[in-house]
Design a protein around this ligand. Structure first.
Ligand SMILES: [Ca+2]
Ligand SMILES: [Ca+2]
Ligand SMILES: [Ca+2]
Ligand SMILES: [Ca+2]
Length: 396
Protein backbone atom coordinates (compact mmCIF):
# COMPACT_ATOMS: atom_id res chain seq x y z
CA UNK A 1 0.00 0.00 0.00
CA UNK A 2 2.77 2.34 0.98
CA UNK A 3 4.53 1.70 -2.31
CA UNK A 4 1.35 2.47 -4.27
CA UNK A 5 0.84 5.77 -2.51
CA UNK A 6 4.50 6.59 -3.10
CA UNK A 7 4.20 5.70 -6.79
CA UNK A 8 1.05 7.79 -7.16
CA UNK A 9 2.89 10.70 -5.60
CA UNK A 10 5.68 10.39 -8.13
CA UNK A 11 3.25 10.20 -11.03
CA UNK A 12 1.30 13.21 -9.78
CA UNK A 13 4.57 15.07 -9.44
CA UNK A 14 5.55 14.25 -13.01
CA UNK A 15 2.14 15.39 -14.28
CA UNK A 16 2.26 18.63 -12.37
CA UNK A 17 5.74 19.40 -13.66
CA UNK A 18 4.69 18.90 -17.27
CA UNK A 19 1.61 21.11 -16.75
CA UNK A 20 3.40 24.04 -15.14
CA UNK A 21 1.26 27.19 -15.40
CA UNK A 22 1.55 28.84 -18.82
CA UNK A 23 0.53 32.41 -19.59
CA UNK A 24 -1.46 31.51 -22.67
CA UNK A 25 -3.17 34.30 -24.60
CA UNK A 26 -4.70 32.22 -27.42
CA UNK A 27 -4.67 28.43 -27.82
CA UNK A 28 -7.33 27.99 -30.54
CA UNK A 29 -9.20 25.27 -28.60
CA UNK A 30 -12.69 26.44 -29.63
CA UNK A 31 -13.95 26.15 -33.25
CA UNK A 32 -14.44 29.93 -33.58
CA UNK A 33 -10.65 30.34 -33.09
CA UNK A 34 -11.19 33.44 -30.92
CA UNK A 35 -13.14 34.96 -33.83
CA UNK A 36 -10.58 34.46 -36.60
CA UNK A 37 -12.57 31.59 -38.17
CA UNK A 38 -15.17 34.15 -39.35
CA UNK A 39 -12.62 35.70 -41.71
CA UNK A 40 -12.56 32.69 -44.02
CA UNK A 41 -14.03 33.08 -47.48
CA UNK A 42 -17.51 31.52 -47.83
CA UNK A 43 -17.41 27.98 -49.20
CA UNK A 44 -19.50 29.00 -52.25
CA UNK A 45 -16.74 31.48 -53.10
CA UNK A 46 -14.05 28.82 -52.62
CA UNK A 47 -16.05 26.41 -54.80
CA UNK A 48 -16.26 29.08 -57.48
CA UNK A 49 -12.61 30.20 -57.53
CA UNK A 50 -11.05 26.89 -56.46
CA UNK A 51 -10.04 26.04 -52.88
CA UNK A 52 -6.39 26.90 -53.53
CA UNK A 53 -7.43 30.45 -54.41
CA UNK A 54 -9.41 31.41 -51.31
CA UNK A 55 -8.77 32.14 -47.64
CA UNK A 56 -9.43 29.21 -45.29
CA UNK A 57 -9.12 29.64 -41.52
CA UNK A 58 -9.93 26.47 -39.62
CA UNK A 59 -9.34 24.53 -36.44
CA UNK A 60 -6.68 21.88 -36.96
CA UNK A 61 -4.72 19.13 -35.26
CA UNK A 62 -1.40 19.83 -37.03
CA UNK A 63 1.26 21.94 -35.36
CA UNK A 64 -0.38 21.69 -31.93
CA UNK A 65 1.91 22.87 -29.13
CA UNK A 66 -0.71 23.56 -26.44
CA UNK A 67 -3.95 21.70 -25.79
CA UNK A 68 -5.53 19.69 -28.63
CA UNK A 69 -5.94 22.12 -31.53
CA UNK A 70 -4.18 24.78 -33.59
CA UNK A 71 -5.39 27.39 -36.07
CA UNK A 72 -4.81 26.50 -39.71
CA UNK A 73 -4.59 29.31 -42.26
CA UNK A 74 -4.43 28.59 -46.00
CA UNK A 75 -4.40 31.47 -48.39
CA UNK A 76 -3.54 32.28 -52.01
CA UNK A 77 -0.93 34.86 -50.99
CA UNK A 78 -1.45 38.54 -50.30
CA UNK A 79 -2.78 40.34 -47.24
CA UNK A 80 -5.86 39.98 -45.04
CA UNK A 81 -6.81 41.05 -41.52
CA UNK A 82 -7.99 38.28 -39.24
CA UNK A 83 -10.26 40.06 -36.77
CA UNK A 84 -10.72 38.56 -33.31
CA UNK A 85 -13.79 38.47 -31.12
CA UNK A 86 -13.88 41.00 -28.33
CA UNK A 87 -11.37 39.48 -25.89
CA UNK A 88 -11.04 41.88 -22.92
CA UNK A 89 -10.10 38.84 -20.81
CA UNK A 90 -6.57 38.91 -22.33
CA UNK A 91 -5.97 42.53 -21.24
CA UNK A 92 -4.71 41.61 -17.74
CA UNK A 93 -2.17 39.26 -19.36
CA UNK A 94 -1.03 41.84 -21.93
CA UNK A 95 -0.70 44.44 -19.19
CA UNK A 96 1.99 42.26 -17.57
CA UNK A 97 3.89 41.65 -20.84
CA UNK A 98 3.26 42.90 -24.39
CA UNK A 99 5.86 40.63 -25.93
CA UNK A 100 4.47 37.24 -26.88
CA UNK A 101 5.76 34.03 -28.38
CA UNK A 102 3.91 31.88 -30.93
CA UNK A 103 4.63 28.50 -32.50
CA UNK A 104 4.05 28.35 -36.26
CA UNK A 105 4.26 25.17 -38.33
CA UNK A 106 4.49 24.95 -42.13
CA UNK A 107 3.56 21.52 -43.53
CA UNK A 108 5.68 19.56 -46.01
CA UNK A 109 5.50 20.70 -49.61
CA UNK A 110 4.86 24.39 -48.89
CA UNK A 111 7.31 27.17 -49.68
CA UNK A 112 6.94 30.92 -50.18
CA UNK A 113 9.47 33.68 -50.94
CA UNK A 114 8.41 35.60 -47.80
CA UNK A 115 5.62 35.67 -45.19
CA UNK A 116 4.85 37.67 -42.05
CA UNK A 117 2.07 39.26 -40.05
CA UNK A 118 1.48 42.51 -38.23
CA UNK A 119 -0.74 43.04 -35.20
CA UNK A 120 -3.49 45.60 -34.56
CA UNK A 121 -5.27 46.38 -31.34
CA UNK A 122 -8.74 47.89 -31.53
CA UNK A 123 -10.96 49.07 -28.70
CA UNK A 124 -13.43 51.73 -27.62
CA UNK A 125 -10.80 53.90 -25.96
CA UNK A 126 -7.87 54.14 -28.41
CA UNK A 127 -9.35 52.89 -31.67
CA UNK A 128 -7.38 50.99 -34.29
CA UNK A 129 -3.56 51.00 -34.12
CA UNK A 130 -1.09 48.57 -35.71
CA UNK A 131 2.58 47.51 -35.54
CA UNK A 132 3.68 49.12 -38.79
CA UNK A 133 7.43 48.83 -38.21
CA UNK A 134 7.38 45.35 -36.66
CA UNK A 135 6.49 42.28 -38.68
CA UNK A 136 6.17 38.89 -37.03
CA UNK A 137 8.08 36.14 -38.79
CA UNK A 138 6.05 33.39 -40.45
CA UNK A 139 8.29 30.50 -41.55
CA UNK A 140 8.63 30.16 -45.31
CA UNK A 141 9.47 26.48 -45.42
CA UNK A 142 8.33 23.25 -43.72
CA UNK A 143 9.03 22.94 -40.01
CA UNK A 144 8.05 24.54 -36.71
CA UNK A 145 9.37 27.90 -35.60
CA UNK A 146 8.86 29.76 -32.33
CA UNK A 147 8.77 33.46 -33.05
CA UNK A 148 8.35 36.75 -31.15
CA UNK A 149 5.33 39.05 -31.36
CA UNK A 150 6.42 42.39 -29.89
CA UNK A 151 3.33 44.60 -29.54
CA UNK A 152 4.93 47.28 -27.34
CA UNK A 153 4.76 49.88 -30.12
CA UNK A 154 0.96 49.90 -29.86
CA UNK A 155 -0.61 51.07 -26.62
CA UNK A 156 -2.99 49.10 -24.46
CA UNK A 157 -6.10 50.85 -23.18
CA UNK A 158 -5.84 52.34 -19.70
CA UNK A 159 -6.03 50.01 -16.70
CA UNK A 160 -9.58 51.08 -15.90
CA UNK A 161 -10.81 50.20 -19.41
CA UNK A 162 -12.36 46.75 -19.56
CA UNK A 163 -14.83 47.03 -22.43
CA UNK A 164 -14.48 45.53 -25.91
CA UNK A 165 -10.97 44.78 -27.18
CA UNK A 166 -9.69 43.07 -30.34
CA UNK A 167 -6.32 41.46 -31.07
CA UNK A 168 -6.10 41.36 -34.88
CA UNK A 169 -3.60 39.62 -37.15
CA UNK A 170 -2.65 41.12 -40.53
CA UNK A 171 -1.47 38.05 -42.46
CA UNK A 172 0.76 38.54 -45.50
CA UNK A 173 2.68 36.26 -47.85
CA UNK A 174 4.41 36.44 -51.21
CA UNK A 175 2.70 33.30 -52.48
CA UNK A 176 0.19 30.58 -51.68
CA UNK A 177 0.86 29.51 -48.09
CA UNK A 178 -0.40 27.17 -45.37
CA UNK A 179 0.44 27.51 -41.68
CA UNK A 180 -0.65 26.12 -38.32
CA UNK A 181 -0.41 28.51 -35.40
CA UNK A 182 -0.69 27.65 -31.71
CA UNK A 183 0.07 28.74 -28.17
CA UNK A 184 0.30 32.52 -28.33
CA UNK A 185 1.77 33.10 -24.87
CA UNK A 186 3.58 35.68 -22.81
CA UNK A 187 7.34 35.94 -23.28
CA UNK A 188 8.99 35.34 -19.90
CA UNK A 189 11.99 37.68 -19.64
CA UNK A 190 12.84 36.24 -16.22
CA UNK A 191 13.70 32.97 -17.94
CA UNK A 192 16.38 34.55 -20.14
CA UNK A 193 20.11 34.60 -19.44
CA UNK A 194 22.41 37.21 -20.89
CA UNK A 195 25.04 36.40 -23.49
CA UNK A 196 26.09 39.85 -24.80
CA UNK A 197 25.53 43.31 -23.32
CA UNK A 198 28.24 45.22 -25.26
CA UNK A 199 29.29 47.10 -22.11
CA UNK A 200 32.67 48.20 -23.44
CA UNK A 201 33.24 46.67 -26.88
CA UNK A 202 31.63 44.60 -29.66
CA UNK A 203 32.56 41.33 -27.89
CA UNK A 204 34.24 39.99 -31.02
CA UNK A 205 31.54 40.93 -33.54
CA UNK A 206 32.81 42.57 -36.71
CA UNK A 207 31.58 43.09 -40.24
CA UNK A 208 32.79 40.44 -42.67
CA UNK A 209 32.02 42.65 -45.65
CA UNK A 210 32.66 46.33 -44.99
CA UNK A 211 31.62 47.13 -48.57
CA UNK A 212 28.07 46.30 -47.46
CA UNK A 213 27.92 47.40 -43.82
CA UNK A 214 30.08 48.39 -40.87
CA UNK A 215 29.83 47.11 -37.31
CA UNK A 216 31.00 49.22 -34.40
CA UNK A 217 30.59 49.73 -30.68
CA UNK A 218 28.11 52.49 -29.90
CA UNK A 219 27.65 53.40 -26.24
CA UNK A 220 26.82 49.96 -24.92
CA UNK A 221 25.32 48.50 -28.09
CA UNK A 222 26.48 46.95 -31.37
CA UNK A 223 25.83 49.29 -34.26
CA UNK A 224 25.36 47.90 -37.78
CA UNK A 225 25.27 50.52 -40.48
CA UNK A 226 24.84 49.79 -44.18
CA UNK A 227 27.17 51.72 -46.46
CA UNK A 228 25.20 52.85 -49.49
CA UNK A 229 22.46 50.33 -50.27
CA UNK A 230 20.93 47.25 -48.67
CA UNK A 231 22.31 43.77 -49.01
CA UNK A 232 23.56 40.76 -47.10
CA UNK A 233 26.36 40.90 -44.54
CA UNK A 234 27.67 38.59 -41.83
CA UNK A 235 28.39 40.32 -38.55
CA UNK A 236 30.42 37.49 -37.06
CA UNK A 237 32.96 36.38 -34.50
CA UNK A 238 30.87 37.15 -31.43
CA UNK A 239 31.67 35.22 -28.29
CA UNK A 240 31.32 35.56 -24.55
CA UNK A 241 32.22 33.51 -21.52
CA UNK A 242 30.04 30.43 -21.09
CA UNK A 243 28.26 31.08 -24.42
CA UNK A 244 28.33 27.45 -25.59
CA UNK A 245 26.90 26.21 -22.29
CA UNK A 246 24.21 28.88 -22.38
CA UNK A 247 23.25 28.11 -25.99
CA UNK A 248 22.88 24.44 -25.00
CA UNK A 249 20.27 25.36 -22.39
CA UNK A 250 17.64 26.79 -24.75
CA UNK A 251 16.53 27.07 -28.35
CA UNK A 252 15.67 30.74 -28.69
CA UNK A 253 18.16 33.60 -29.08
CA UNK A 254 16.53 36.89 -28.08
CA UNK A 255 17.82 40.31 -29.23
CA UNK A 256 16.80 43.90 -28.59
CA UNK A 257 16.98 45.93 -31.77
CA UNK A 258 16.64 49.70 -32.04
CA UNK A 259 16.22 51.46 -35.37
CA UNK A 260 17.12 55.14 -34.94
CA UNK A 261 14.62 57.75 -35.97
CA UNK A 262 14.74 58.52 -39.66
CA UNK A 263 16.17 55.11 -40.64
CA UNK A 264 13.99 52.65 -42.55
CA UNK A 265 14.07 49.84 -45.09
CA UNK A 266 11.30 48.23 -47.15
CA UNK A 267 12.26 44.84 -45.66
CA UNK A 268 14.99 43.27 -43.56
CA UNK A 269 15.75 39.94 -41.95
CA UNK A 270 18.43 38.04 -40.05
CA UNK A 271 19.75 34.49 -39.80
CA UNK A 272 22.03 32.97 -37.14
CA UNK A 273 25.17 30.85 -37.48
CA UNK A 274 27.18 28.81 -35.00
CA UNK A 275 30.88 28.20 -35.51
CA UNK A 276 33.24 25.93 -33.57
CA UNK A 277 35.51 22.90 -34.10
CA UNK A 278 32.48 20.87 -35.25
CA UNK A 279 31.98 23.29 -38.17
CA UNK A 280 29.86 26.14 -39.44
CA UNK A 281 26.07 25.79 -39.47
CA UNK A 282 23.38 28.41 -40.06
CA UNK A 283 19.61 28.77 -39.75
CA UNK A 284 17.58 28.76 -42.96
CA UNK A 285 14.47 30.70 -41.87
CA UNK A 286 15.08 34.48 -42.09
CA UNK A 287 13.68 36.30 -39.05
CA UNK A 288 12.01 39.65 -39.78
CA UNK A 289 13.83 42.80 -38.64
CA UNK A 290 12.04 46.01 -37.70
CA UNK A 291 11.73 48.17 -40.82
CA UNK A 292 11.41 51.58 -39.18
CA UNK A 293 12.29 53.49 -36.04
CA UNK A 294 11.65 52.14 -32.59
CA UNK A 295 12.94 49.56 -30.12
CA UNK A 296 11.81 45.99 -30.58
CA UNK A 297 12.62 42.49 -29.39
CA UNK A 298 13.09 39.67 -31.89
CA UNK A 299 13.75 35.96 -31.34
CA UNK A 300 15.72 33.51 -33.47
CA UNK A 301 14.72 29.86 -33.04
CA UNK A 302 17.89 27.75 -33.47
CA UNK A 303 16.42 24.28 -32.96
CA UNK A 304 17.56 23.37 -36.49
CA UNK A 305 21.26 23.82 -35.60
CA UNK A 306 23.42 21.23 -33.88
CA UNK A 307 24.45 22.54 -30.47
CA UNK A 308 28.05 23.22 -29.54
CA UNK A 309 29.72 20.47 -27.50
CA UNK A 310 29.55 21.13 -23.74
CA UNK A 311 33.36 21.21 -23.63
CA UNK A 312 33.86 23.25 -26.84
CA UNK A 313 37.27 24.95 -26.58
CA UNK A 314 35.92 27.87 -28.66
CA UNK A 315 32.47 28.83 -29.93
CA UNK A 316 31.29 31.87 -31.87
CA UNK A 317 28.02 33.12 -33.28
CA UNK A 318 27.41 35.22 -36.38
CA UNK A 319 24.35 37.21 -37.43
CA UNK A 320 23.59 37.35 -41.15
CA UNK A 321 21.65 40.51 -41.94
CA UNK A 322 19.86 41.13 -45.22
CA UNK A 323 18.00 44.33 -46.07
CA UNK A 324 16.27 46.01 -48.98
CA UNK A 325 17.90 49.40 -48.34
CA UNK A 326 20.69 51.01 -46.33
CA UNK A 327 19.68 51.62 -42.73
CA UNK A 328 21.03 51.36 -39.22
CA UNK A 329 20.45 48.89 -36.40
CA UNK A 330 21.55 49.03 -32.77
CA UNK A 331 21.67 45.56 -31.23
CA UNK A 332 21.81 44.94 -27.50
CA UNK A 333 21.08 42.37 -24.79
CA UNK A 334 21.57 39.21 -26.79
CA UNK A 335 20.22 36.49 -24.51
CA UNK A 336 18.95 32.93 -24.48
CA UNK A 337 15.50 31.87 -23.33
CA UNK A 338 16.49 29.07 -20.99
CA UNK A 339 14.34 25.97 -20.86
CA UNK A 340 13.43 25.06 -17.29
CA UNK A 341 15.07 21.78 -16.23
CA UNK A 342 12.78 19.83 -13.84
CA UNK A 343 14.52 19.55 -10.49
CA UNK A 344 16.79 22.55 -11.03
CA UNK A 345 15.83 24.23 -7.76
CA UNK A 346 18.39 27.06 -7.86
CA UNK A 347 17.78 27.73 -11.56
CA UNK A 348 21.41 27.50 -12.69
CA UNK A 349 20.51 25.03 -15.45
CA UNK A 350 22.10 21.97 -13.86
CA UNK A 351 20.51 19.46 -11.47
CA UNK A 352 23.16 18.54 -8.92
CA UNK A 353 23.79 18.04 -5.22
CA UNK A 354 23.05 21.73 -4.49
CA UNK A 355 19.47 21.17 -5.69
CA UNK A 356 19.22 17.90 -3.79
CA UNK A 357 20.40 19.55 -0.57
CA UNK A 358 17.99 22.45 -1.08
CA UNK A 359 15.06 20.02 -1.24
CA UNK A 360 16.34 18.00 1.73
CA UNK A 361 16.68 21.13 3.90
CA UNK A 362 13.16 22.25 2.93
CA UNK A 363 11.70 18.76 3.27
CA UNK A 364 8.37 18.82 5.13
CA UNK A 365 7.53 22.41 4.18
CA UNK A 366 3.76 22.68 3.81
CA UNK A 367 3.03 26.36 3.22
CA UNK A 368 4.67 29.16 1.26
CA UNK A 369 7.41 26.82 0.11
CA UNK A 370 9.93 28.15 -2.39
CA UNK A 371 11.48 26.65 -5.49
CA UNK A 372 12.19 23.51 -3.43
CA UNK A 373 8.53 22.66 -4.08
CA UNK A 374 9.63 21.44 -7.49
CA UNK A 375 6.21 20.23 -8.67
CA UNK A 376 4.38 23.25 -7.29
CA UNK A 377 1.81 21.26 -5.25
CA UNK A 378 2.35 23.37 -2.13
CA UNK A 379 4.43 20.90 -0.14
CA UNK A 380 8.02 19.71 -0.23
CA UNK A 381 7.93 15.95 -0.01
CA UNK A 382 9.25 12.76 -1.59
CA UNK A 383 7.74 13.68 -4.98
CA UNK A 384 10.02 16.73 -5.16
CA UNK A 385 13.00 14.72 -4.00
CA UNK A 386 12.37 12.10 -6.67
CA UNK A 387 12.05 14.73 -9.40
CA UNK A 388 15.51 15.97 -8.45
CA UNK A 389 16.90 12.43 -8.30
CA UNK A 390 15.36 11.38 -11.64
CA UNK A 391 16.84 14.45 -13.32
CA UNK A 392 20.16 14.38 -11.50
CA UNK A 393 22.93 15.48 -13.86
CA UNK A 394 20.56 17.08 -16.41
CA UNK A 395 21.93 20.26 -17.96
CA UNK A 396 25.30 19.96 -16.20
CA1 LIG B 1 -3.96 24.89 -28.91
CA1 LIG C 1 24.28 47.16 -23.59
CA1 LIG D 1 20.79 23.65 -10.04
CA1 LIG E 1 5.96 19.48 -4.04
Amino acid sequence: MRLNRWFLGVMMGALLVSYAPAQVVFSFETPDLHGYADDSDPSEYCDAVGWDNCWQIFQATQGVTDGSYSMGVKWPGGFRWLISNSVPEILPLLRTEQRLLVDITVPAGRSVPWANFIVAFNDGELGWRQTNNYRVTIPRNPGTLTTMIDTRSIALPSTGYNDWFQFNLGMNAGGSHEIYMDNIRLFDESRTQTAFTFDSDTQGFSSWDTNVANASWDNGALRVQWVSSGGFVWIGGGSSEGLAALIRRGHLLVLDITVPSGASTPWGNVILAFNDDTGWRQTSEPIELPVGSGSYTIAIDYRSLSLPPADAPWFQIALGFNTGAAYTLLIDNIRVLVEPVPGDVDGNGCVDDADLLAVLFAFGCSSECGAEDVNGDGVVDDADLLTVLFNFGQGC
